[in-house]
Write a protein that binds this ligand. Sequence first.
Ligand code: NAD
Ligand code: TDX
Length: 335
Amino acid sequence: MPGMSAILVTGGAGFIGSNFTRYVIDHTEHTVTVLDALTYAGNVASLDGLPADRFRFVKGSVGDAALVDSLVAENELVVHFAAESHNDNSLNDPSPFIQTNLIGTYELLQAVRKHDRRFHHISTEEVYGDLELDDPGKFSEATPYNPSSPYSASKAGSDLLVRAWVRSFGVRATISNCSNNYGPYQHVEKFIPRQITNVIDGIRPKLYGAGLNVRDWIHVDDHNAAVLRIIEAGTIGETYLIGADGEENNKTVIELILAAMGQPIDAYDHVNDRPGHDLRYAIDATRLRTELGWEPRYRNFAQGLDATIEWYRANQDWWRPMKQATEAKYAKTGQ
Ligand code: NAD
Ligand code: TDX
């Protein structure tokens, strides 16, 4: 989408959506309207300082059909980030995952269908299940869906709704499934910010089980650059996997964080494992690289981690209000 257009960003007060909004304002001429329900995971402070002539915030739910209909009508493109996003929460109470991830996506699809708007659906590699540690293979666009948790099942279901609306109703949509993101403005319930903010507070990092589970880390700006590329040049109806070859096991990540923050690398606790814990994720992003010419810019994970640690050190006002409630939730499950 060269030139200027009006984009509706759902979930734009969350981690990836707020970084996307900032990225779009900085790198394009588009205007952005954020629709966000401001659940426990949303924070308007993540959108501070954006120019009023190119950015507007609307508080509301993607499950509100009338609101969704009017906002979709006013915009040319919808980029759908809004979701319940945390696996551990989905194990404790799946209900909001069904409401937001499935019903919310349905409401958006009905509106883009009615108004003939371009739609991009943000999804996750978790829809593919997990891989063995020694499997030479990675997830690709051809991997069968096999989700493990209520969260990943609800995201898988939302992807399938998008595909059905493309095929049956001719909706102009694309889908991207990305690996684990890190960077600024990520909620402290998630692995990396939880451990960084623990160390800042003098609490030992918490590793689930033996910590040999592998995640494929990508910087949030690399994810968002890929999303923009798909919006500009992707083929309607297609799915693109996004990943930056960043496989690390959790134990290594905790050790990197401890070392970068000047602590002994064994100064962490093993806590209860996650039920059904996916072992390994790994993305083959060949399609995105070859067909759309995308390449990640953050190739050094340790450096990206250092910058993220610096951001959490410098932005304690942003995360402190959510830290205590988050740790109280974890205390209930012994994590
Ligand atoms: P997040 O939890 O930080 O943000 C989600 C945002 O959605 C919050 O601002 C929240 O208030 C909002 N929201 C929740 N329910 C809503 C509703 N009913 N109506 C409107 N807004 C609502 O999540 P995130 O990590 O930024 O993830 C964003 C998207 O990216 C999700 O779709 C997630 O599945 C996907 N994704 C995340 C990752 C990752 O590593 N974090 C990786 C791949 C894909
Ligand atoms: O304190 C912790 N200790 C720990 O060992 C936490 C919070 C997590 N973990 C482990 C569990 C995972 O193996 O770290 C890994 C990463 O955990 P999360 O940050 O909860 O991410 P994950 O479950 O991998 O899912 C993330 O990536 C895919 C996002 O939260 C999803 O929204 C996205 O779809």
